[in-house]
Design a protein around this ligand. Structure first.
Ligand code: FNR
Length: 360
């Protein structure tokens, strides 16, 4: 029986009832033992607040900008694959919902709707997520299409030289259905392997030789700003800044790649320390509450992205569900700021939270 969700996690319950089990498992699952998957949630729960009182919080301002682009709140839509597995309108529905909420959407390389379909669905600031694949010309063609269709930045995902081992998918013998067509040459490559299962897909496309040189190549080939997604250490954050990227996304790919990496919220501070304001930092992984968004901002992120909850909202109620998910998170952030005594994003400081390390 359907119910009206009052929190993000309840969209997952709805989605689980609606989706085929193998598709739900594809969205939900993480790598191997799913240690990091549960840590992404639990690590947020171990961070507590240090609220301030008797501050005028009658007006809360969550608005911000990233790379000069305005957003209603520091909450963005993470790139996730195959939205038509969740809803027949796919990424177009997500794009419209994100635009209605004034939230920046990052369109996945592995989308089911084309770059052009998403671009023409509505006016909004959008970024395009790229993998540098073996066929460099295919990657570059996608960058050029993103450019000419008005996308404002490239999010280069760098934590997937090979696909992580997602055992739930192996158990379910998960295959990507025919309609989940990939872009251009990719679909041909996938077909030429005689099928579209998860094993054929990466071998046809992913390149485990991608290196920092490719970041340089990409930078020299596009005027669009480049954000690196999948940074978890101070060492790589330093290299990213040296490589001239416009932003860093602290992410463990929703715990779908290397298991037993820390929750991304646990990796955030070491990245923040070395980047030291040089470029904006975005965090994703396990953000399910406005309180989580506040915690990430307090630890130094400029914005967060959400992955699975968008898909669950889409599965449950299409475009309207995605809008509800984003709005719910925006409203929760507003209340969290109010109760912490922070009328503006600039008022949120490191001293508003207490981490496990602080308690030692
Ligand atoms: C992803 N993610 C992802 N990342 C990316 O760069 N390109 C992609 O195509 C995908 N696809 C994808 C599919 C699914 C089903 C999931 C769950 C995740 C990772 C995504 O961008 C993001 O890092 C995480 O989803 C964030 O974690 P939460 O919010 O899902 O916990």
């Amino acid at each position: 029986m359907e119910f009206e969700p009052v929190k993000l996690n309840e969209f997952e319950e709805l989605a689980r009832k609606i989706l085929l089990k193998k598709n739900y498992d594809f969205f939900r699952g993480g790598a191997e033992d799913e240690y990091t998957l549960s840590e992404n949630i639990k690590a947020f729960q171990r961070i507590l607040f240090r609220p301030r009182v008797l501050i005028d919080v009658s007006k809360i301002d969550m608005s911000t900008s990233l790379l000069g682009f305005k957003m209603a709140a520091p909450i963005m839509v993470a790139p996730t694959a195959f939205h038509k597995l969740a809803h027949h309108e796919g990424e177009v529905a997500v794009a419209r919902a994100a635009a209605a909420c004034n939230a920046i959407m990052v369109l996945s390389f592995s989308s089911n709707c084309t770059i052009e379909e998403v671009a023409s669905s509505c006016d909004a600031v959008r970024f395009f997520q790229l993998y540098v694949i073996k066929q460099r010309d295919v990657s570059m063609k996608l960058v050029k299409r993103a450019e000419s269709n008005g996308f404002k930045a490239i999010v280069l995902t760098v934590d997937r030289p090979r696909l992580g081992r997602r055992e739930v998918g192996l158990k379910n013998k998960f295959v990507i259905p025919k309609f989940a067509n990939l872009e251009g040459l990719l679909s041909v490559n996938v077909k030429s392997k005689g099928g579209s299962d998860l094993k054929a897909l990466p071998s046809a496309t992913l390149d485990d030789a991608v290196s920092w040189k490719d970041v340089e190549w990409l930078r020299s080939s596009t005027k669009l700003p480049i954000l690196l997604k999948g940074i978890l250490t101070a060492e790589d954050a330093r290299k990213a800044v040296e490589a001239g990227v416009a932003g860093i996304i602290v992410s463990n790919h929703g715990a779908r790649q290397l298991d037993y990496v820390p929750a991304s919220i646990s990796a955030l501070e070491e990245v923040v320390r070395v980047v030291s304001g040089a470029v904006p930092i975005i965090l994703d992984g396990g953000v399910r509450r406005g309180t989580d968004v506040f915690k990430a901002l307090a630890l130094g992120a400029n914005a967060v992205m959400i992955g699975r909850p968008i898909i669950y909202g889409l599965a449950a109620k299409g475009e309207h569900g995605v809008k509800q998910v984003i709005e719910m998170l925006q409203n929760e952030l507003e209340l969290t700021m109010t109760l912490n005594g922070c009328p503006g994003l600039k008022d949120i400081t490191r001293n508003h939270v207490q981490t496990e390390n602080d308690r030692l």
